[in-house]
Design a protein around this ligand. Structure first.
Ligand code: ZN
Length: 154
């Protein structure tokens, strides 16, 4: 929706309360923009010759992590913790401040669902890759992007 203020999250300090080390690392690693997840993904795109994308394009709803506006392809890279990954065990709420994290994650999910339907209504192909999928098989993820781009230019 134009004029809608994007939801912003205060950047948490690296003090996440009492959380398991693995959880803490996954939180810190996925905070903010240009995480290594994103840079790895974009490097793989370039290596596959998938160029001409924009990063966090402001004119596209949800500011997709990677997008091709002309070809109407939007890619979101979801950190498993922050978006409440349904596929892996990284989405485990810390015991401490549980409700706080739960609320944050739900906000992320709701926001993404809104953005996705908005983009679909605009004729975008929306691809969502989870951190765990990217880590498990980056090449397959990039393959899906390629397919979407090929389909859109057909
Ligand atoms: Zn996951």
């Amino acid at each position: 929706m134009p004029g809608e203020t994007p939801v912003r999250y205060p950047k948490p300090k690296p003090d996440f309360g009492v959380v398991a080390e693995a959880t803490r690392r996954s939180m810190v690693g996925n905070r903010g923009k240009n995480t290594s997840l994103e840079t790895d993904f974009r490097r793989a795109l370039r290596e596959q010759g998938l160029l001409g994308y924009r990063i966090h394009a402001r004119r596209i709803p949800g500011k997709p992590d990677v997008s091709w506006a002309g070809r109407k392809v939007a890619v979101f890279l979801h950190g498993c913790f922050w978006h409440g990954c349904p596929h892996c065990g990284r989405y485990r709420l810390p015991k401490h401040n549980r409700e706080y994290w739960q609320a944050k994650i739900e906000t992320n999910r709701d926001r993404h669902a809104r953005v996705e339907s908005e983009l679909t209504a605009l004729g975008f192909r929306v691809l969502v890759f989870w951190e765990c999928q990217i880590k498990a098989d980056l090449a397959a993820c990039v393959g899906h992007v390629r397919e979407a781009l090929v389909q859109s230019s057909a």
